[in-house]
Design a protein around this ligand. Structure first.
Ligand SMILES: Cc1cc2nc3c(=O)[nH]c(=O)nc-3n(C[C@H](O)[C@H](O)[C@H](O)COP(=O)(O)O)c2cc1C
Length: 483
């Protein structure tokens, strides 16, 4: 059964906020009681180039740019609550973007309030407010072109009458609601919000009006939301800064300590592999005047979500989440398959993973491969590593004696991906890789029997033929080429 259309009547919404309104913040706002969550503004030109990718590991849908950046990540939990906000000045491009995301979001919104030059110089954001024909063209195209509700977010115009007339024209396009940020486009966030303008608009139209702009002086906690709504005579309320500082403003159970909110946020950031710089940015907004505290400095110095987790004492949660994601990654890649070489083009592949605990401290397969290559008078192994966008995991291909080896499993770090490719090479060639207990497989014992103190490669040099002949041998025996 199709989900009911998202209603904008009597709701409290998380406002669109660049850098803040990414998936972890939206889910957090929903947990605390927001009815509707807007994503950060995404520019149509960038979005039209994106590909929709289902991410089985994170269980998300990602919209990925040609440079592999995830521009928009969403998931089932927010599907019937999330509004996709775009920056646009072009009806056709707006429609193309709306159609791209239509199946994964509850509504689309057009930003008509951003006063920043990067928006207005392209005719987007607040520039649209002085071009009502363009507004109509964009909104009509969207309303007739997609099956989900369409909304827009404006700032107020210099007079009450102009503001009301504009919103009446907007209503006629068939939009489901209009959000009104009660400030003139020249006004800064510290200026008082003009509730009287929002009230006049709310009286003049019959679609839901979403009042916005009350964070600084009117809405500090959840108890203030109803008052702000009443002061504006609006159907609904949209909160930006109050939510950015403490998302529990959506909770009727009173504000939670910001420490709790930061932890809840971080758990989502870890779970959804949020970009670490974005995670840091949001946490710093929550820290506010505590950004120079010990914790604040730790957060600012952190480079990865793992390091941020340490600052909050969430290492165990981080590790557990990584293990769970890895298990899903393995399952989706057929990691349960027995290890056997398979040719993928000219690359010998195996489903193997580098497990640190399987090797003595200081010992790695890469070291063994390097050592062995030296002893065989081969060129140093060459590692070529790629990172994929959807979960930012790595895969490495090592070239040894002109042959390529790679693990078919993707690894969380570049280092581990290289180790995994070294393992594939060593196992294909039947060369020891330094694993604990390898002796039990006969390899170490064999070296010991030969009385070698100079490591496996020394023994191998005498016992094993040259790498090229090993390969010929393996292939003619039904080795990598044949399996
Ligand atoms: C960090 C930040 C980013 C913002 N980004 C957007 C945006 O992407 N789209 C938009 O329409 N408004 C954006 N805004 C404006 C807010 O949505 C909102 O209109 C404004 O902050 C007033 O609401 P408030 O008083 O609840 O903060 C942003 C505001 C902030 C603080």
């Amino acid at each position: 059964m199709a989900a009911p259309r998202l209603s904008f009547s009597n709701v409290t919404a998380l406002a669109p906020m660049v850098r803040v309104g990414t998936l972890p913040m939206r889910l957090l706002a929903l947990d605390y009681g927001a009815d509707v969550v807007y994503c950060e503004e995404l520019i149509d030109l960038k979005m039209v180039q994106c590909q929709r990718v289902v991410n089985d590991v994170l269980q998300t849908v990602d919209f990925v740019a040609p440079d592999d950046r995830v521009m928009f990540r969403t998931c089932e939990r927010e599907k019937d609550r999330v509004v996709f906000q775009m920056g646009t000045a072009d009806p056709d491009r707006a429609l193309a973007v709306a159609r791209l995301v239509e199946k994964d979001v509850a509504a689309v919104d057009v930003n008509m309030g951003c006063p920043k030059e990067y928006s207005t110089k392209g005719g987007m954001g607040a520039a649209l407010l002085s071009d009502p024909e363009k507004i109509e063209a964009i909104l009509k195209k969207l309303v007739t072109g997609v099956s989900i509700p369409v909304t827009c977010k404006i700032r107020i115009l210099p007079s009450l009458q102009e503001t009301v007339s504009l919103v009446q024209r907007i209503e006629k396009t068939g939009v489901a609601a209009v959000a009104v940020h009660g400030r003139f486009k020249e006004e800064r966030p510290r200026h008082p919000v003009h509730c009287d303008y929002i009230q006049a608009v709310a009286r003049a139209v019959s679609i839901p009006v979403i009042a916005n702009g009350g964070s600084l002086d009117l809405v500090k906690t959840n108890a203030d939301v109803a008052e702000f709504r009443a002061a504006c005579g609006a159907s609904s309320v949209m909160l930006a800064r109050a939510a950015m500082w403490n998302a529990s403003v959506f909770s009727s159970r009173g504000p939670l300590p910001v420490e709790t909110v930061m932890e809840d946020y971080l758990r989502y950031a870890i779970r959804y592999d949020n970009n670490a710089f974005n995670t840091k940015y949001c946490l710093c907004q929550m820290l506010r005047d505590k950004v120079e505290s010990v914790l604040g400095k730790q957060v600012q110095a952190a480079q990865t979500n793992a390091e941020i987790s340490e600052a909050y004492g969430l290492q165990a949660f981080y590790q557990q989440t990584q293990d769970e994601l890895q298990a899903r990654r393995d399952a989706s890649q057929g990691g349960g398959q027995p290890e056997r070489p398979v040719m993928d083009g000219d690359v010998t592949t195996m489903a193997v993973r580098f497990e640190r605990r399987e090797y003595p401290p200081q010992i790695t397969p890469k070291m063994f491969l390097l050592e062995w290559s030296r002893k065989e008078k081969l060129e140093q192994p060459q590692y070529d590593t790629v990172q994929r966008s959807q979960d930012r995991s790595f895969q490495s291909t090592v070239t040894v004696a002109g042959r390529k080896y790679r693990s078919s499993l993707w690894e969380k770090s570049k280092k581990f991906a290289e180790q995994a490719s070294a393992i594939v090479c060593l196992r294909t060639l039947g060369v020891p890789e330094g694993r604990i207990g390898e002796g039990e497989s006969g390899l170490v014992c064999k070296r010991k029997r030969e009385g070698r103190a100079d490591g496996p490669a020394g023994a191998d040099r005498r016992k094993r033929p040259h790498v090229a002949s090993v390969l010929e041998e393996t292939q003619s025996n039904g080795g990598p080429g044949a399996v």
